[in-house]
Write a protein that binds this ligand. Structure first.
Ligand code: KIV
Ligand code: NA
Length: 269
C-alpha cells in the first residue's frame, strides 16, 4: 500500500461534499503510529504531546525540536497515513519567512508531509506563503489551545454572534489562502456546520459536529489514558486501568518472587 498524499486528502471533498469522512488521530511515537496507521487517513503529531507526553501545563512551552523528533518517529512507524506535524507556539507567528524556516526544518528532519498551525485570517498570508513554496498547511480555528493565555481557558467557542462570525471568517481566509484542510475545534455545532458548508477544503472536527468532513481525537484521550477528558471525547477503551492493573500484578509478583518464573529464566545448556 502506497502512502496517501495531501492532494488525495484534499480531493476527498468534491463540490462541497465528502462522502466518507476523513479519519485522523494523534500519534507521538513509532509504536503508536504502527498501531493506528492502518485505520487512519491522517496521523497528527500534535503539540498536545506537551501535556500528554511531557506533563507540561499547556502547549505553549513545546519546542521545534520536540515536534521534529516525535514527527520523525511517527513517520518511521507508519506507511499508509499522511503525517502532519503541528508547528509549536512561537515558531511561525512572527512572519511568513520565520514560519517557512520552521516548517521546512520540521519537514526536512521528520519526513512529514505537511504542517498544521493555529489561527485564522491573521495567518492567511503565512498559509499562502508556505503552500506556494512546497509546504502543505492544515489550518486550525475555533478553540486554539496555543492562545490559552488570550482566550483564558479551553471553553467552547462560537457562542456569541461576533465570535461565530470570526470563526467562519477565519476558516474562509485559510481556505482561500490554500490550506488543504482546517481543524475546527471546540465550537458549537451550527458554526461547525456553517464552516464546513462555506469552505472548499475539508474540515476536521474535534468537539465540533458529525457533519464535519472528518474527525480527530487525541489518541490517549479516546483510549482512556486520562481520568479527566473534555466532554467531546469518547472513550473507546479504559487503557489506564489496564496499565495500572498490570503494574500492580507485576509488583506483587516481584515482591513474592513469583516473577521471574521458569519460562523467563535462562539455565545453562
Ligand atoms: O495538538 C493536537 O493534538 C491537536 C488536535 C487535537 C487537533 O491540535
Ligand atoms: Na495542536
Amino acid at each position: 500500500m502506497r502512502r496517501l498524499t495531501v492532494p488525495k486528502i484534499r480531493q476527498r471533498k468534491k463540490d462541497g461534499v465528502t462522502e466518507e469522512p476523513l479519519v485522523m488521530l494523534t500519534a507521538y511515537t513509532a509504536r503508536q503510529a504502527q498501531l493506528l496507521d492502518a485505520h487512519c487517513d491522517l496521523l497528527l503529531v500534535g503539540d498536545s504531546l506537551g501535556q500528554v507526553i511531557y506533563g507540561l501545563p499547556s502547549t505553549v512551552p513545546v519546542t521545534l525540536d520536540m515536534m521534529a523528533n516525535h514527527a520523525a518517529a511517527v513517520v518511521r512507524g507508519s506507511y499508509h497515513s499522511v503525517v502532519i506535524v503541528d508547528m509549536p507556539f512561537g515558531s511561525y507567528e512572527a512572519s511568513p519567512q520565520h514560519a517557512f524556516e520552521s516548517a521546512s526544518r520540521l519537514l526536512k528532519e521528520s519526513g512529514a508531509a505537511g504542517v498544521k498551525l493555529e489561527g485564522g485570517a491573521a495567518m492567511a498570508e503565512t498559509v499562502a506563503f508556505l503552500s506556494q513554496r512546497g509546504i502543505p498547511v492544515m489550518g486550525h480555528v475555533g478553540l486554539t489551545p496555543q492562545a490559552v493565555n488570550v482566550l483564558g481557558g479551553y471553553g467552547a467557542r462560537g457562542r456569541s454572534d461576533a465570535e461565530a462570525e470570526k470563526i467562519v471568517g477565519d476558516a474562509k481566509a485559510l481556505d482561500e489562502a490554500g490550506a488543504f484542510a482546517v481543524v475546527v475545534e471546540g465550537v458549537v455545532e451550527p458554526i461547525a456546520i456553517e464552516v464546513t458548508e462555506s469552505i472548499s477544503c475539508p474540515t476536521i472536527g474535534i468537539g465540533a459536529s458529525a457533519r464535519c468532513d472528518g474527525q480527530v481525537l487525541v489518541a490517549e484521550d479516546m483510549l482512556g489514558m486520562f481520568e479527566r477528558v473534555p466532554r467531546f471525547v469518547k472513550r473507546y477503551e479504559e487503557i489506564a486501568e489496564i496499565i495500572a492493573k498490570a503494574a500492580e500484578t507485576y509488583a506483587a509478583e516481584v515482591r513474592s518472587r513469583a516473577f521471574p518464573g521458569e519460562e523467563q529464566t535462562y539455565q545453562p545448556k
